[in-house]
Write a protein that binds this ligand. Structure first.
Ligand code: MRU
Length: 348
């Protein structure tokens, strides 16, 4: 097999993923046959990006069904709850993970499923449905978001929100991709996105493959270009958006949003409704993942910081809603007051 058509695919009882840790220098495909393997792939970021993580958790639950030696559907359902706990702990911030696991547990709980094989079939069907829906949702978001882009615009983006961050197409990068497909002449500034460099490794690679004009910049260059008037609009993704419109996204997004507001530049997160968590009133309630300090003290295994230095490595930050111009979803664009507009887009 040369390349996968999607970031994650189900093939005859196995889950295949593009290994995002080694792109763009190597294109490698990993194959998983256990849910524990999928949980590890999420934790180590073989697969990353909120919607892709959700899809991976769905397929992980389907593998848990196939792995099980349960003698009846009741035993199997108990084992699925254990698998769900393991998968849920793999990364804490993206709400898509627990959202997808919740859907899988519900699918397995249907009372017309009598045998172990019935439950297994329902799990595989639901996981595939989550993946297929994700692609359709991205395309709808892209259509809404692309309407905000004018011919000749220069766009700033942070982290990677392309096809790699989802099952296929992209969220914020999907919006940019759609504008390009519509024939708009656009340019993109991609933040490198320390410490994992998703912007440098993945966004630059995807945009170049799609034939979109991209300039890679260090994260701390964003303000410089904004102040010089080089940026017209910002699009980013989100791992969890709360009821008041606060947006958790890759570390560094907050400073992009503050700089954008200071420079009068619109700032739009692009967010499938599966990423909106109306159960949380505001962003301070979102669990923020703290990752291994070596992501900061080393680059590709080469130590760059003094041995023994204290390190902080939050993987995400929260952008308060006052910096958010609007939130692009598959059901339209929500504008302030977000308490009202987000409820509407989630329901529709
Ligand atoms: O740590 P990552 O690479 O999983 O973080 C990804 C992001 O922050 C994206 O912006 C987010 O998941 C939404 S994009 C689909």
């Amino acid at each position: 097999m040369n390349e996968l058509e999607r970031t994650i695919e189900w093939h005859d009882g196995t889950v295949m993923m593009i290994d995002q840790r080694v792109l763009p220098l190597h294109y490698e495909i990993k194959t998983y046959t256990t849910y524990q393997g999928v949980a590890e792939a999420i934790h180590t970021m073989v697969i990353r990006g909120a919607p892709a993580i959700g899809a991976a958790a769905g397929f992980g639950m389907a593998l848990a069904g196939l792995q099980s030696k349960a003698r009846n559907s009741t035993e199997l359902r108990l084992e699925l709850v254990k698998a769900a706990d393991v998968l849920r702990k793999s990364r804490p911030t993206a709400v898509n993970l627990s959202w997808a696991i919740g859907r899988m547990l519900l699918a397995a709980a249907r009372d017309d499923l009598w045998s172990v094989d019935d439950v297994r079939a329902a799990l595989i069907h639901e996981a595939q449905k989550i993946a297929d829906e994700d692609v359709a949702i991205n395309r709808r978001m892209a259509e809404h978001g692309a309407a905000l882009i004018q011919d000749g615009d220069t766009i700033l983006t942070h982290c990677n929100t392309g096809a790699l961050a989802v099952v296929d197409y992209g969220t914020a990068l999907g919006v940019i991709r759609r504008a390009h497909e519509q024939g708009k002449r656009i340019k993109v500034f991609a933040d490198e996105t320390r410490p994992r460099l998703q912007g440098a490794r993945l966004t630059a690679w995807e945009l170049m493959r799609w034939g979109i004009d991209v300039t890679l910049i260090a994260d701390n260059a964003a303000g410089h270009y904004m102040r010089k008037g080089a940026i017209n609009i910002c699009f980013v993704g989100s791992d969890r958006t709360t009821a008041n419109g606060d947006v958790a996204n890759k570390i560094g997004t907050y400073q992009v949003a503050v700089l954008a507001k200071e420079n009068g530049i619109p700032f739009y997160p692009v967010v499938p409704t599966s990423t909106i968590d109306l159960s949380l009133a505001h962003g301070d309630l979102i669990p923020i993942e703290e990752r291994d300090e070596r992501e900061v003290t080393e680059i590709d295994g080469v130590r760059i910081a003094p041995i023994g230095v204290k390190v902080g490595n939050p993987a995400f930050d929260v952008t308060p809603h006052k910096y958010v111009t609007g939130i692009v979803t598959e059901n339209g664009i929500a504008y302030p007051p977000f308490e009202v507009s987000l409820k509407k887009v989630v329901k529709s």
